[in-house]
Design a protein around this ligand. Sequence first.
Ligand code: ADP
Ligand code: MG
Length: 633
Amino acid sequence: MSTKHSFQAEVAQLLHLVTHSLYSNKEIFVRELISNASDACDKLRFEGLNNAALYEDAPNLEVRVAFDKAAKTLTITDNGIGLSAQEAIDNLGTIAKSGTREFMGKLESQKQSDAKEQGALIGQFGVGFYSGFIVADKITVESRRAGLAASEGVRWVSTGTGDFEVDAIERPARGTSVTLHLREDALDYASAWKLKGIINKYADHISLPILIQKEEWKEGEDNKGGEMVTTDVWETVNQASALWTRPKKDVSDEQYTEFYKAVSRDFEPPLAWSHNRVEGSTEYTQLLFIPSKAPHDLWNREKRGGVKLYVKRVFIMDDAEALLPVYMRFVKGVVDSADLPLNVSRELLQESRDVKAIREGNTRRVLSMLEDLAKSEDQAQKDKFASFYAEFGGVLKEGLGEDFANRERLAKLLRFSTTSSDAVSVSFADYKARMKEGQEAIYYITAETLAAAKSSPQLEVFKKKGIEVLLMTDRVDEWALGFMNEFDGTPLQSVAKGAVDLGTLQDEAEKKAAEEAAETFKPLLAKLKEALKDKAEDVRVTSRLVDSPACLVVQDGGMSNQLARMLKQAGQSAPDTKPVLEVNTEHALVKKLEGSVHFHDLAHILFDQALLAEGGMPADPAAYVKRVNALLA
Ligand code: ADP
Ligand code: MG
């Protein structure tokens, strides 16, 4: 009957890492196995909604933790959904999760580093069931799926090396027991006292009872020695009520933190949370957390949000993306609705009016959590906001394009570096408050890096005049800022788009000089335009440059060169619009152009250098090099 199976290559690799790297944070296996037991009970309850017969025989769902010191085993038993033989082979022999390979790579590279880091990684990816091998050199799983006959039980055994064995067994009880054959250095886990401590720490919020065998002190013969012995009495060691159903005042910060770690699979404590019962036309409980650290796949917009949906305390689904907008996909937590039907599907969620109300309520709640941190006078809270922003500021900006209703609130939360502050700490309001007298716009520039932004030729005149410019270096900036024409009545103006209009910041003499230059250099501009007709839309005189001979700008309303480059790199189509070349007629190079015999080459060098200066690449780099070399020689 017995069949042998090989682990999927990734699992074998993972197991190797688990047993060789995770020894420093052993106890997490308790959390993982109890969470699997609890998931199994959730699944049974969920399937039971349409098929009550599934658990009529044993309706009280629970987890039992037993241990046997003599046999050196620890067994975690649940009466949840169970596994069929095929499910045991599939689910305990492969890793379905995509981030795992990445996880293993990271763990490998951190072998030398400290336990905390490794723990953080495990938290982020969760090694789940396989964490049992941290403390066990052999694991036996016995299970029977709800609804199958007693004769259709399965035994799965593995020593955590290349393969596992599967047998058919007789198993009257529905559900799963996982028996860990403890390693010599992990025998101390066969202790009620120790296990209780760990369960309280990691699993107190689990909504089903976790029972553990009571131990008793037994005196030795003739009052010599003595030892703890297990009894047949079971005691419930957790509160067994879903944490979010308890009143706020009865839940400690530690409990919230552990609950967060369990729902988010994060090792770090959360940055902030908010727990509320919302009443009114739609009734629900929300418990939302903002993580401290961004996950590795934060930028994957396909990724589902991290909020679990319960309906009247029955678990319905993980990652119910309809409960938050995409740009808040970093938020974790639980929503428990009193109004939705138990058989609600993902499709139905998209259409439900209650869900819409919940999503709006959640969105507003997250915004107000962030606002509270941002405007707090308390330095610790302020630091939290800065740290939130460093991790998630980029995704928040997506909201400008996605969530019109909250655009103003979002805009107030944004922070930037500027020409006078490297720290990403300046809000639009801060900027406005220190605008120069006569300044009519909020100026900004987008670039790929802070260094590139700071050395943009387009900034020269602003620097000279001491006008602050916001430096935007997030990939989403260009796109997101496209949705904001103004902030609090002041228009936003990219310094790399359109003609510079410094308005009243330019005095009459300067304006006049610019007009005159445009007139004087008309013939030169025409010649340049002709020479560069394949590259530049137009050539004009500018007053935005001080030290550089030329720069590129895009027409007002056009897509910046930087964004166009990014889109092309990402394999997307971007309009092939040509930039405008602006020249600084004060510059020696430009003055020299006029009568030069090398006019044609110089014109192209001027253009290509302007492109290089903003981080672009000449269309024909070899031709550029040839031209420069010809002049150098
Ligand atoms: P995850 O829980 O994130 O899915 P795990 O590695 O913890 O990953 O578990 C892998 C799979 O094994 C689960 O998805 C489930 O299908 C199955 N499994 C593990 N423990 C149990 C259990 N106690 N009862 C039923 N199925 C289980
Ligand atoms: Mg799990």
